[in-house]
Design a protein around this ligand. Sequence first.
Ligand code: CO
Length: 466
Amino acid sequence: MSSKKPNITEVVLRDGQQSLIATRMKTEDMLPVLSKLDKVGYSSLEVWGGATYDCCLRFLNENPWDRLKIFKKKFKKTQLQMLLRGKNLVGYKEYDNSVIELFIKNAAKEGINIFRIFDALNDINNIKSSIEFVNNEKENSQGTICYTTSPVHNQKYWIKLAKDIEDIGAKSLAIKDMAGLLRPNVGYELIKKLKKNLKIPIHLHTHSTTGLADATNLKAYEAGVDNIDTSISSFSNLYAHTATESFISMIYKDEENPYDMNLLTNIAEHFQSIRPKYVQYEGSMRGVDINMLLYQVPGGMLSILEKQLVDLNKQHRLKDLIDEIPRIREDVGFVPLVTPSSQIVGAQALMNVLDGERYKTLNKEFIDLVNGKYGKIPGKLNSKLLKKIDKNVPDNESETMTISEYRKDFSSFCKSNNIKDFSKKDTDLLNYILFNKESKDFYLSTNKNTYNDIVGLQEGFGLYIE
Ligand code: CO
């Protein structure tokens, strides 16, 4: 058993609140504890990512860069970490290298030290450029394995992928188990092998959804993992993560515990006090959801699909839908279910079930997935499905604008709406490039204090499984 204690990353400000209250936490509810969080001694605080960026603009009427500025000011000793969706950055489509570079430069400048970079299909071609740009900024490029189970995803596959990630220059590696699939003993073996084969530090990120996380994190510690992700107790478990205080108590005896448990209790009490404000965004899960272990459907994804069926008065088709998802996943070469593949597979499954015929209606995103537009498929594609896709004209539209064209476009938008020209500032320009419609609304209403409360993301397939 390892005696070296792993470092701890606190995720409450990003994934904790994303998993439990649909990423709706406002900056004003974070402010009172930021200095306290900085004192804990975490190796890093995960504070930013696709969903937080999106929700700031879409729902909270906040500029995500302003939130980051506050973090940078308040966190004097703790490193700041973000989650990056490879070439999709914080959005849903692939961006040109010039946009990726501009984004990473600015994120690094505004305070991000660790960039956890993932690709839904584990295609390293989709994370390579981001890793290089982060390295150019002399920050920590963390390559990621999106963990899943399937006939093609064996230990050999993971070790090779991890080695490849190290070889393209990542400074650390994360095992990202967004669906809580990693079983304790499997995790132990995987981390042992990774520690033997890789030189870079290994981080583990797992979710409590299936009830395995506490045991998996403990076994990961025994295997010598370098860093564990946890969320403060009042924002832990269910769809989220092992509680920070619990994990500390697992690995330290009271007399040797370097963490100030009173300080942690204080922080937990703050988040406990603000949580009721967001009750409308809480999921329906009450204990553990084993659907993922049984059907390989993430719990959060299932509850959204269930709601869609209820809205359509088709709730009796739920079992068909649950059965359809793993079948589609097999047809498309066992892609991991994580943003955006989780949305794409979920939407196609719903179509297949509602049509009463498989692949009668094909979503554009699904065709793109099969055609490799999102990256290399891990396993084999179903040949019958490929024939169906062939009949659909592949979509070759790709409007790539240069940065200066984007800037011009944004500038004329500001002018024609009689608002200040925001296009000069890179961070505002990035908002405009990455979330065009949401940014237009945001910049037109910067003085508006009310925010859109519609539970849009939770209702659509904007469901984030990260
Ligand atoms: Co996560």
